[in-house]
Design a protein around this ligand. Structure first.
Ligand SMILES: CCCCCCCCCCCCCCCCCCCCCC(=O)SCCNC(=O)CCNC(=O)[C@H](O)C(C)(C)COP(=O)(O)OP(=O)(O)OC[C@H]1O[C@@H](n2cnc3c(N)ncnc32)[C@H](O)[C@@H]1OP(=O)(O)O
Ligand SMILES: Cc1cc2nc3c(=O)[nH]c(=O)nc-3n(C[C@H](O)[C@H](O)[C@H](O)COP(=O)(O)OP(=O)(O)OC[C@H]3O[C@@H](n4cnc5c(N)ncnc54)[C@H](O)[C@@H]3O)c2cc1C
Length: 640
């Protein structure tokens, strides 16, 4: 490979109107943090073991899982040796060391240990959390069943208290009650946090979490009374062993129920939690993280597509002129620049969401549950919105790289295959949006009654008769007002339909169901408040429906969006460079910093396993016999 940087990319970088390094410092919160991140990434780059892995797509599933376990355990050991204690250092190391591989221990660190910490009594946490943190106990979060994922109240696994033995008996009474999907259940873990219907004194008290040992701590054999296995290949997540698990009257001690909020006493008495939804805390936390995952996935795809578009030349823009960089086509800019802006918006939204989560979750820990519904609504809506928009955007990035985007060598298919799972896991997106919609609906009616609303949704009470004051400058205030107006109008419309349904005599659940399509649209509009001119132009109908904008204003917006493409054009490469994703993190022949994409693609294709031999065994096994048979055939059409 040549060491030179592609001349087009060099030019792009030299003509940027701002210093990309300053923006990188803003993203990572200061020059010292950027320096530290790069140092850590360099440690990974110098590490011979970590660099010895071929791209994951060159391994079969068994190989991918095996490599994932091997690599992740090596990462854990190295983190210990290096003495990295800060969460940021550890995350930077992990991301650099395994940039496109999901960890078979992800749910252990991401859900299992935090849930033990937050949902266990102080005594339970003291006992289990150190075991989890030191990986003496490896666990996961096992909730979903063959028959139910969304509807947690419909889960069928039972945990029946037996006061005689002071145990819970876990059982899978039906086929549909078999746990199905939980990550890392199949081969990796020896413990699970199992969500099951609690029965005591003959009464069901709803779903609760239980710590269940599923494999022997000595030899990893499956505990008697359990059936466990892998669910098979999926769209992505190849390094993750999503599993099934069936309980056959399997006993665990009473104290293995997580009892921070709800309790079962020795005599079988049940003590209710302050709020039954506290058991769902782990899901809320992961939904918040997913917003950051959506940012990472979309921004990586955007870096790849923008850099490649600056290097790729195709067709003549000026008749008879040189072939143009595809980034100079207005249509290409319209595809990619809004995604670049969206990436930045997602980053800020994810950071804002994390701060809100930290504040409200610490209130909850202290027993103040007042803001729980607001946190839930925000996390559900943003998780769904950012994963939907992120996935659509990644697909646009892939297609904007033409044919090469379709190759794994572009790096984009893997980004997509992993993040698209997030539209489903941790709450299917439509269902999540409808949770936010319920919150908006209730808040709208509260606003109508003159009650005060939390700051984020105070816009629901604005006067809908006011028209836009947007002028040539497309001021920030006029844009925010437009989004608020559109969302408020759409929420009001959906609520009015819900009300009209009720007034027709429908029971409230039907009145709700028969207004959920407009509610989803309204909730998307609510989440869309992150956007500016592009979002209006793309959804013009919704902004115009009640004549909020006049014809002149629409023309202003259409002109503005095209002018913005021109403003961004000289800065597009610098704006993606600022994310500061090194090549080994992107794992993309198209998104390389040096832009040497053709050399990289050509080199990469040589490592395809099909190139191990010039003549493939299938020639001897099938093609040659077929040709020999045909050449002996009397059929003249087979003779050349
Ligand atoms: C490669 C390239 C890399 C490059 C790119 C790099 C980027 C990386 C990209 C890749 C990523 C890497 C990551 C790897 C690891 C991932 C592992 C995956 C983990 C997945 C784990 C899971 O997948 S684990 C299972 C999750 N499974 C759910 O998520 C079920 C949803 N289902 C519900 O969540 C409930 O079922 C549902 C609907 C709320 C109703 O709940 P329900 O029926 O009990 O309640 P009701 O309907 O009766 O509601 C009664 C009232 O409670 C309110 N309420 C409900 N919940 C509440 C709450 N939490 N807080 C407050 N309030 C709440 C509700 O809003 C009502 O309020 P109101 O009355 O005011 O209307
Ligand atoms: C990659 C991946 C990893 C996963 N990891 C885990 C894990 O570690 N642990 C775990 O416990 N689970 C895990 N899951 C399972 C996941 O959490 C569930 O699949 C998810 O919650 C969706 O539930 P479901 O499959 O029941 O979908 P369903 O609810 O059956 O969805 C099917 C359709 O019905 C619609 N629908 C359902 N209910 C409603 C409603 N009330 N209103 C309107 N529409 C509705 C949905 O919108 C969807 O279109 C994982 C799933 C995936 C894909």
């Amino acid at each position: 490979m040549s060491n030179e940087v592609n001349t087009d990319l060099l030019k792009e970088r030299s003509t940027a109107t701002f210093d990309a390094e300053r923006l990188t410092e803003f993203i990572y919160k200061g020059p010292e943090k950027v320096k530290r991140k790069r140092q850590i990434q360099n440690i990974v780059l110098q590490d011979k073991f970590l660099q010895s892995f071929k791209p994951t797509e060159f391994y079969d599933r068994d190989g991918q899982y095996n490599n994932a376990v091997r690599r992740q355990i090596y990462i854990m050991d190295r983190l210990e040796e290096l003495g990295f204690r800060s969460e940021t250092d550890r995350l930077n190391f992990r991301e650099a060391a395994a940039p496109v591989e999901l960890s078979p221990f992800g749910l252990h660190s991401g859900m299992f240990v935090p849930t033990l910490e937050r949902q266990g009594t102080p005594e339970q946490s003291r006992k289990w959390v150190p075991l989890g943190k030191s990986f003496k106990m490896i666990g996961t979060y096992a909730q979903t069943e063959l028959g139910h994922g969304t509807f947690i109240r419909g889960l069928e696994t039972t945990a029946t208290f037996d006061p005689e033995t002071q145990e819970f008996i876990l059982d899978s009474p039906t086929l549909s009650s078999i746990k199905y999907w939980p990550g890392n259940v199949a081969k990796t873990v020896n413990h699970c946090l199992v969500m099951a219907q609690l029965y005591t004194q003959g009464k069901c008290h709803g779903t609760h979490l239980f710590l269940v040992q599923v494999r022997s701590m000595e030899d990893h054999t499956i505990m008697p009374g359990l059936e466990i296995g892998d669910i098979g290949p999926k769209l992505g997540f190849d390094g993750v062993d999503n599993g099934f698990m069936k309980f056959n009257k399997y006993r665990i001690p009473r104290m293995n129920m997580l009892m921070r909020y709800a309790k079962v006493l020795e005599n079988g008495d049940y003590i209710k939690p302050k709020n039954a939804k506290l058991t769902y805390g782990a899901m809320v936390m992961v939904r918040v993280w997913i917003v950051m995952d959506a940012f990472k996935a979309l921004s990586r795809a955007t870096v790849i597509a923008v850099r490649y578009s600056a290097v790729r030349r195709q067709s003549e823009l000026r008749p008879g002129g040189e072939e143009a960089q595809v980034i100079d086509y207005q249509t290409q800019q319209y595809k990619l620049f809004p995604l670049l802006a969206t990436s930045y918006a997602f980053l800020l939204a994810a950071e804002g969401m994390s701060q809100i989560y930290a504040k409200i979750s610490s209130d909850i820990e202290r027993g103040n549950l007042e803001d729980m519904p607001q946190l839930h609504a925000l996390a559900c809506g943003l998780k769904a919105f950012c994963t939907w928009v992120g996935c659509e955007g990644i697909e646009v990035c892939r297609m904007s790289c033409g044919g090469h985007g379709y190759s794994h060598a572009s790096g984009i298919p893997k980004i997509y295959a992993n993040i698209v799972g997030a539209c489903t896991y941790e709450g299917e997106n439509t269902v999540m949006m409808l949770q936010t919609a319920r919150y908006l609906s209730k808040s709208y009616f509260r606003g109508q009654r003159g009650e005060s609303l939390p700051e984020l949704i105070q816009y629901l009470t604005i006067d809908l008769n006011v028209k836009s004051t947007l002028g040539e400058d497309c001021s920030f205030e006029s844009l925010v007002a437009a989004y608020s107006h559109r969302a408020a109008r759409m929420v009001a419309t959906a609520c009015k339909l819900q009300n009209a349904n009720k007034q027709k005599g429908m029971p409230s659940h039907d009145a709700w169901n028969k207004s959920t399509v407009p509610f989803i649209a309204a909730t998307k509009a609510h989440c869309h408040l992150l956007y500016a001119v592009y979002g209006i132009v793309e959804n013009m109908g919704e902004f115009m429906q009640d004549g909020y904008f006049n014809q002149d204003q629409i023309s202003i917006l259409n002109r503005k969006v095209l002018a913005l493409l021109e403003d961004i054009r000289p800065n597009a490469v610098a704006l993606v460079d600022a994310f500061d994703y090194p090549d080994h993190l992107l794992q993309s022949c198209l998104g390389r910093y040096d832009g040497q994409v053709y050399e990289a693609l050509y080199e990469n294709s040589k490592s395809s396993p099909l190139n191990n031999t010039d003549i493939h065994s299938s020639y001897y096994n099938y093609i040659r016999p077929m040709m020999q048979k045909r050449s002996k055939s009397k059929d003249i059409s087979a003779k050349l």
